[in-house]
Design a protein around this ligand. Structure first.
Ligand SMILES: Cc1cc2nc3c(=O)[nH]c(=O)nc-3n(C[C@H](O)[C@H](O)[C@H](O)COP(=O)(O)O)c2cc1C
Length: 236
C-alpha cells in the first residue's frame, strides 16, 4: 500500500471514530443539556389537590431563571436546558415547585441571589458553579424564614453532583432541628449525586426524606410521580 493510501485510510478511520463519538456521546449530551422545552402550564398542571394532614409544608426551590442574567434572546441563541411555559422563560425547578404548590395548596419561596447573578451561557454557568463549589462559597440570598413550618419540600437542580451553593446558604441560614425536609432533585443524568448527605450535614437535627430525582426531559410529565409521593407524605 502506498503512503498516500495509508494516509487516506488513517484520515477515514479518524473521521469514522469522530462521527461515531458524536453520535454516541454528543447527541445525548445536547439532548439533555441544550434542549428548550416549550409547553402550556394548563396541559401539565395537576388535575387534583391533595389534602395535607396537619399544618401545610413550605415549598422552597432554586432555579437558574431569576438568578441568571439571561440575554433577551437566550432561548434562540443557546437554547441551553431552558423551559418555556406559556411563552415565559421558566426554570425547571420553578415549574416543579408550581406543580407541588398547586397540588397541596401551600406557600412557596424561591432561593434568590441578592448579589451577582450567573452568566447567560450554560457553559459559563457550569464554570462559575464549579468555582463556587471548590471555594465552598455561600452566595448571599434573600432570607427565607422556615421557623413557622414543621415540614419543608426542597426542590433543587444538581450542580456538579452537589447542591447549588445558594441552596447551601439557605440551609445554613435556618435551624431545621425537629423539622422534616422532603427532597426533589432535577438533573441531566446523576440521580441525587452527593446531595442527600450534603443536606443532612447542612441541616443537623432534620429528618431528611428522599423523594425523587427527575431527569430534565421528564420534568413536564412528572405529574403522576409527584402526586403519588405527595399523597404518601400527606398522610404521615
Ligand atoms: C452549573 C450546572 C451544573 C450541573 N451539573 C449537573 C450534574 O452534575 N449532574 C447532572 O445530572 N446534571 C447537572 N446539571 C443539569 C441540571 O441539573 C439541570 O439542567 C437542571 O434540572 C435545570 O434546572 P433549572 O432549569 O431549574 O435551573 C447541571 C446544570 C448546571 C447549570
Amino acid at each position: 500500500m502506498t503512503k498516500k493510501k495509508k494516509a487516506a485510510l488513517a484520515v477515514s478511520a479518524i473521521l469514522i471514530i469522530a462521527v461515531l463519538s458524536l453520535w454516541l456521546f454528543g447527541i445525548p449530551y445536547m439532548n439533555r443539556h441544550m434542549k428548550t422545552v416549550e409547553f402550556s402550564y394548563s396541559e401539565k398542571a395537576p388535575k387534583e389537590t391533595i389534602g395535607w394532614n396537619g399544618k401545610k409544608p413550605l415549598v422552597v426551590y432554586f432555579t437558574r431563571v431569576g438568578n441568571t442574567d439571561f440575554e433577551p434572546d437566550v432561548d434562540a441563541v443557546s437554547g441551553a436546558s431552558l423551559m418555556i411555559v406559556d411563552g415565559e422563560l421558566t426554570g425547571s425547578n420553578r415549574f416543579l415547585a408550581d406543580m407541588v404548590t398547586d397540588m397541596i395548596g401551600c406557600e412557596s419561596a424561591a432561593i434568590t441571589l441578592t448579589g451577582g447573578h450567573y452568566p447567560s451561557s450554560y457553559d459559563d454557568t457550569i464554570d462559575a458553579a464549579g468555582e463556587e463549589l471548590r471555594a465552598r462559597a455561600r452566595p448571599a440570598i434573600e432570607p427565607i424564614d422556615v421557623s413557622p413550618y414543621d415540614q419543608i419540600i426542597l426542590i433543587y437542580p444538581l450542580w456538579w453532583n452537589s447542591i447549588p451553593m445558594p441552596v447551601a446558604t439557605f440551609l445554613e441560614q435556618n435551624d431545621f432541628g425537629g423539622k422534616t425536609i422532603y427532597l426533589f432533585a432535577t438533573q441531566g443524568s446523576s440521580g441525587f449525586g452527593r446531595t442527600v448527605s450534603e443536606i443532612e450535614e447542612l441541616a443537623p437535627g432534620a429528618k431528611i426524606v428522599r423523594g425523587t430525582s427527575i431527569y430534565c426531559e421528564d420534568i413536564p410529565d412528572a405529574q403522576q410521580e409527584l402526586t403519588e409521593l405527595i399523597r404518601s407524605w400527606s398522610r404521615q
